[in-house]
Write a protein that binds this ligand. Sequence first.
Ligand code: SF4
Length: 365
Amino acid sequence: MIDPWSSAIIDYEKLVNQFGIKPFADLINDIADPNPLMKRKIIFGHRDFGKIIKAIRENKEFAVVSGMMPSGKMHIGHKMVVDQLIWYQNQGADIYIPIADMESYSARGVDFKTSKELAINEYITNYIALGLDLEKSNVHVYLQSKNKVIGDLAYILSKKVNFNEMRAIYGFSGSTNIAHLYVPMIQVADIIHPQLEECGGPKPTVVPVGPDQDPHIRLTRDIAERFKSQYNFITPSSTYHRFITGLTGEKMSSSKPKTAIFLSDSPGEAQKKLKSAKTGGRESLDVQRQKGGEPEKCVVYELLLYHLIESDRELEKIYRECKNGALMCGECKNRSANIIKKYFNKLSTKRDEAKEIAATILSED
Ligand code: SF4
């Protein structure tokens, strides 16, 4: 059982084998212009992504749904989701961004006012600063708690889901509060509602998630099937990305500040944090020269791979030089720290510019 509300580290291979997630590598060659996260195998799995490739290729309408749960500060690992949304935006997708204030309330105890403020000042501001255009007419950002279409659909869909099923998927028990019990149905509605007539009718829909969210995806796909004859829903697709490792070697998490580089950190702080990150270096310089470093175990390398180096060739060079012992961690960290400092300098200017637009995005809610 996978618990979407815990932050346990996941065995990716097991997931692919046990839960029927398909390897993304099998279809990457069918994508004309893959996102770097796809090429670098950070997006490692999918369900039914062929439908999305087909829609892109045939220039047909499709939607991407990616919720944000405003329960803490955004860290650099969250940038991955925004990078994917930008890619989908460039492929012509309708974009739906539910702000999961109901989930935040039921699973984390965050009140609705705080959720809205966090969503605007932290998430929406960073999404814009990172390059997503939220002002386009086919981008829909909404608060779950204010969206009547979502509330109504969740209720209708709940008719064909029972408690035993929810217990089997999420491990709910007799003492689980009812808000928590019901909130997955809100997420199911988030994912399916772009296919309602009032949103343009049935269309391929993809949800890019971390593997911990797969229970929601499986439930949604099952429910979409159950209501097919009534609504003609197309079973939603999904992709799965790896989580970035935190600075200390465990999963990066907003609730554990020592593990995270926050997007709101100053350039100097980001630089300092990167320098403190766990590396794949050996116990001494001599051993490292002889045996080479271990970039596969290195948080600095992961930051470069996920976020900081665009050029595949440049990245490969670092990997090679690390492996053959030509590059030492001190030099590598210094270089990487300068890259992140520059990046955060730019980001902080962009965030200042983004604030004004961010304040308008939920103005009707
Ligand atoms: Fe990591 Fe760079 Fe050290 Fe290699 S040389 S282990 S990539 S810090």
